[in-house]
Design a protein around this ligand. Structure first.
Ligand code: DGL
Length: 270
């Protein structure tokens, strides 16, 4: 049976999750929504984020997806319950729950959007699996706007990264969770700035494993890079489809066709 997965994020970040899924399972049938009209989510209030999650998941359900993947930590942290309600019985998969059990040290850092960090969702999820782990959540307000702007080699981005990593290093964390799906896009920069023995955890890897039960046998033994294809993926955004397609190339290596959609049913003209 073929499943259409519905993935969503504020913009480019969820593509890092999509990429992990395609690397694991090959060309899965998938509808991706980047809510580019409202990026960034992570600097918004909890009320706004919950209302956005409701609208996005309701739209995905109307588009007949068979499961929802919250490829966005911010909505996962603040609106998982809203997403489940809007999904009306469809399975909902989240990054935070998937990675929580993967922490293997007693001191872990989390880099996240301000809204995710303030919610304490990572701390709660990790401490549910082991109460003894110390978790340090670091808000990174500048990362998403800078990553969306596309200059990943800028000195401003480097400086921001240094200032966000410093408090975590001071706390002597041994692992750092990339608690926003945009951050794998700057993983090389983070590695440059960190001592080699600090491990970065991308929750999308754990999420991909959690989807085994839904998608069947993964292709993990094959060489993943060669498999990247968007042939079964429909990419939609709520603004600037051309700009999104252009920015996608850096991460996926492909310039895809991107559709502009409206999440609300259009008003009746009569
Ligand atoms: N990439 C999303 C996340 O994982 C949203 C980031 C944002 O729009 O601020 O949190």
């Amino acid at each position: 049976m073929s499943h259409q997965l519905g993935l969503f994020d504020s913009s480019l970040g969820g593509l890092t999750v999509l990429r992990r899924l395609i690397e694991s399972y090959g060309p899965i049938s998938c509808l991706y929504l980047g809510d580019t009209a409202r990026v960034p989510y992570g600097n918004r209030s909890a009320t706004e984020i919950r209302s956005i999650a409701d609208e996005v998941v309701s739209w995905l359900r109307k588009e007949k997806v068979s499961a929802v993947v919250m490829a966005c930590n911010t909505t996962n942290a603040l609106a998982r319950d809203v997403a489940e309600r809007a999904a009306a019985g469809l399975p909902v998969f989240g990054l935070i729950e998937s990675v929580a059990g993967q922490v293997s040290v007693s001191r872990v850092g989390v880099l996240a959007t301000p809204a995710t960090a303030a919610s304490g969702a990572y701390t709660r999820a990790i401490q549910r699996t082991c109460f003894e782990i110390n978790i340090f959540e670091q808000p990174c307000p500048a990362f998403v706007p800078m990553i969306e702007a596309g200059d990943l080699a800028s000195s401003a981005l480097r400086q921001a990264a240094v200032s966000y990593l410093r408090p975590l290093l001071k706390q002597q964390v041994r692992e750092i969770i990339l608690g926003c799906t945009h951050y794998p896009l700057i993983e090389p920069l983070l590695h440059q700035l960190l001592p080699p023995d600090i491990r970065l955890l991308d929750p999308a890897r754990a999420l991909a494993r959690d989807l085994d039960c839904f998608l069947g046998t993964p292709l993990r033994s094959r060489t993943c890079r060669d498999l990247l294809t968007l042939q079964s993926t429909r990419l939609c955004v709520t603004a600037d489809p051309e700009g999104f397609a252009e920015r996608t190339v850096r991460w996926l290596g492909i310039r895809p066709h991107v559709e502009l959609v409206s999440l609300r049913p259009s008003a009746c003209a009569f």
